[in-house]
Ligand binder design. Structure first.
Ligand SMILES: Cc1cc2nc3c(=O)[nH]c(=O)nc-3n(C[C@H](O)[C@H](O)[C@H](O)COP(=O)(O)O)c2cc1C
Length: 534
C-alpha cells in the first residue's frame, strides 16, 4: 500500500504512538500546552441549558434474558417496540450516571460504561419518531438529570437517514448518534485523545448493543455517513465535536409516522471549559476521514462489505462459574478493576470471555460475520494453559509461544502495558490489534476509525464477559512499538484489556436518578498506587 494512502492518519498514528524509548510528552499538542490544567477542566458532559427538556422515566426496567446468554448469543428476536422506558434503558446503560464519589466540594461522576481517565468524551443524541412517551424530535441525552434536551422538534429521521445514506433508518423508530468531544479527552491525553474518543465510543456501544439484544430490539451500527450533513443536523461544528457513529434502532416501518418537520435550529451548547484547546492534528485526522455525500458513503460501504476475518457468531455455552442476573444487573456490577489477585483462572472461563470479545458486530464497516481485529493474548495464570503468548483464532488459543514461566509472562505483559501492574497481575491480557495497512487500502483514512471503534467494542464486551463469570477486567494503554514485536504480528495494537480475579469487592452502581456513593474508594486507590511502587 502506498504511504500516500491515508497519509494524514498515518502521521496521526505515528505522532501519537507511545514508544518504549521515547518520552510521550505532549505529542501533537500546541506549543506550551499544559495537560490537566485544573482551571481549564472540561465539563463532564454537554448541556444545552436553553433547550426544552423531556424527563425520561426513571423506572427503565430490565430485560428477561440472562446476561451471559445475551453476551454469548446476541439477539434472540428483533421485534420489540421502542418506548420511553426502553429508550431510557439504552441511554442509561450506555452513558448514565451510576456511581458518584464525593471528595470535599467536588463530586466525581462515574458512568455505566468505562472511559479512559473517566473523561467520557462521547455524547449521545437520538432522532425519534413515533416512540411512545417521547415527542418526535432530535434530542440530546443529559445524564445528570436523566433527561432529553430537545434540540429540534418534529420528526428528523429522514434528515438523519439522508446523512447516513440509509433509507431504512428513516423508518426505524430511532437512530442513536454518538459524537466525540476531543477536548474532553485531549485535556489529559493531548492528540492521542482522538483514539480515546473511538475506544470509549466502542466500549459504550458494547453496552448499548447488549441491552438492545436483550430487549429484542434490532440494532445496526453505521460508521458510514456524510459527516458535514450529520454534524449540521446535530448543530455541532465538526471540530470541537463531531459525529462518531450511529445506531439504527428498531425495525423499519415500526414507527407510526415519518413526517419530516423542519423545526428550529439546534440550541446552544454550554461552554466546554474556560478556554477549550483545539489540537490541529486531531482536526486534520478526523477531517481526512470525512465522506462528502451519499455517493461516497455508498462507495465506502461497498468497500467494507468484503472486509475482515470471519469470526464466530455463536460461542460455547457459558462456563459453570457464570453469575445469574440480567445484562442490566451485570452492567451495574461492572467497574474497571483496580487490583487483581495473582491466582489461576479456569480455562473455560478464559475461552468463553475471549469468544464473547471476538463475536462479530452488526455494522457497515466490515463483512457480515467478520471482524477487523486480531486478538493476541498474554496468558499468565489460566489452568492447563502454559504461560506465554497466543493468538485467539478459530475459537481457541493458538500458536503458543511459551514464556520461561508465569513470572516472566507477567513481567513482559506489565511492560507492554506502559509498565502498569494491572497488565501483568491479570490471569490473561488481550491485545486487540488490526491490520491497518489493509484497512487504509480498502477504507482510506476512515478505516482507522473503524478499527479503533471495534477495538473499544471488543474491550467493552470482554470486560462485561469477565464480570459475567465473576472475574474483573479493565481497559489498558500500551507501548505501540513493543506489542507487535512481542507477539510477532504485522498488525498494530489498538487497545488492551486485562482480565482476572479482582482482589477486592467492587461496589455495584445504582439505577437512574439514584447513583451509588463509592465509599472506601480512597483505600482502594491507595493500594492501587502502592502496587505501582512495588
Ligand atoms: C479505552 C480505555 C482505556 C483505559 N486505559 C486505562 C489504563 O491505561 N490504565 C488504567 O488503570 N485504567 C484504564 N482504563 C480504565 C478507566 O480508568 C476507567 O474506565 C475509568 O476510570 C472509569 O471507571 P469505571 O470503568 O469503573 O467506570 C481505561 C478504560 C478505557 C475504556
Amino acid at each position: 500500500v502506498s504511504p500516500e494512502t491515508a497519509a494524514v492518519t498515518r502521521r496521526f498514528h505515528e505522532t501519537t504512538n507511545q514508544y518504549v524509548d521515547r518520552e510521550f510528552g505532549s505529542s501533537g499538542a500546541p506549543e506550551g500546552f499544559v495537560p490537566m490544567d485544573p482551571e481549564n477542566r472540561p465539563t463532564p458532559f454537554n448541556r444545552y441549558p436553553d433547550a426544552p427538556r423531556i424527563r425520561l422515566p426513571k423506572d427503565v426496567g430490565e430485560s428477561a434474558r440472562a446476561g451471559v446468554d445475551v453476551l454469548g448469543e446476541g439477539p434472540s428476536g428483533d421485534d420489540a417496540a421502542l418506548d420511553a422506558a426502553l429508550l431510557g434503558r439504552l441511554l442509561f446503560y450506555g452513558a448514565g450516571v451510576s456511581r458518584v464519589r464525593t471528595a470535599g466540594e467536588r463530586q466525581m461522576v462515574f458512568r455505566a460504561a468505562p472511559a479512559a481517565g473517566n473523561l467520557h468524551p462521547v455524547e449521545l443524541y437520538v432522532a425519534t419518531g413515533g416512540v411512545s412517551g417521547i415527542d418526535d424530535g432530535l434530542h440530546h441525552f443529559e445524564p445528570g438529570e436523566f433527561a432529553l434536551e430537545v434540540l429540534r422538534q418534529g420528526d428528523r429521521r429522514r434528515a438523519v437517514a439522508a446523512a447516513l445514506a440509509d433509507d431504512r433508518s428513516g423508518e426505524a423508530a430511532a437512530t442513536l448518534i454518538l459524537t466525540g468531544v476531543p477536548w474532553r479527552t485531549g485535556w489529559k491525553y493531548t492528540a492521542r485523545g482522538l483514539r480515546h474518543v473511538y475506544w470509549d465510543a466502542g466500549s459504550l456501544l458494547a453496552q448499548v448493543l447488549a441491552v438492545a439484544d436483550a430487549a429484542g430490539l434490532r440494532s445496526e451500527v453505521r460508521l458510514g455517513f456524510a459527516d458535514a450533513a450529520l454534524n449540521a443536523e446535530l448543530g455541532i461544528d465538526g471540530v470541537s465535536e463531531f459525529a462518531v457513529a450511529a445506531v439504527v434502532l428498531g425495525q423499519a416501518g415500526s414507527a407510526a409516522d415519518s413526517r419530516s418537520d423542519e423545526g428550529p435550529a439546534g440550541a446552544a451548547r454550554e461552554a466546554l471549559s474556560k478556554a477549550p484547546v483545539e489540537f490541529p492534528l486531531v482536526t486534520e485526522t478526523q477531517t481526512a476521514g470525512n465522506l462528502p455525500d451519499a455517493d461516497a458513503v455508498n462507495g465506502w460501504r461497498r468497500s467494507a462489505e468484503s472486509l475482515g476475518r470471519p469470526t464466530s457468531e455463536r460461542i460455547d455455552a457459558p462456563p459453570p462459574q457464570r453469575r445469574g442476573g440480567t445484562i442490566e444487573e451485570l452492567i451495574r456490577r461492572r467497574g474497571s478493576t483496580r487490583l487483581f489477585r495473582q491466582e489461576a483462572t479456569p480455562a473455560e472461563m478464559a475461552r468463553w470471555c475471549l469468544g464473547v470479545a471476538a463475536r462479530p458486530v452488526p455494522g457497515d464497516f466490515c463483512a457480515a460475520g467478520a471482524t477487523l481485529l486480531s486478538h493476541h493474548i498474554s496468558v499468565h495464570a489460566v489452568d492447563g494453559v502454559e504461560p506465554g503468548k497466543y493468538e485467539w483464532a478459530g475459537g481457541d488459543l493458538r500458536g503458543a509461544r511459551p514464556a520461561a514461566g508465569e513470572k516472566d509472562a507477567r513481567a513482559e505483559s506489565q511492560h507492554l502495558c506502559l509498565n502498569q501492574p494491572l497488565g501483568g497481575d491479570s490471569a490473561f491480557t488481550a491485545y486487540h490489534c488490526a491490520d491497518l495497512e489493509s484497512l487504509y487500502e480498502a477504507l482510506g483514512d476512515r478505516g482507522y476509525r473503524a478499527a479503533q471503534l471495534e477495538a473499544g467494542l471488543a474491550a467493552g464486551r470482554l470486560q462485561l464477559a469477565a464480570f459475567a463469570v465473576g472475574l474483573g477486567g479493565t481497559g489498558l494503554t500500551f507501548f505501540d512499538d513493543a506489542v507487535p514485536v512481542a507477539f510477532g504480528t504485522g498488525d498494530h495494537c489498538m487497545l488492551v484489556t486485562a482480565v482476572g480475579p479482582a482482589d477486592y469487592r467492587n461496589t455495584p452502581g445504582g439505577l437512574p436518578g439514584a447513583p451509588v456513593e463509592l465509599a472506601g474508594m480512597e483505600g482502594l486507590m491507595e493500594r492501587f498506587s502502592r502496587r505501582f511502587q512495588e
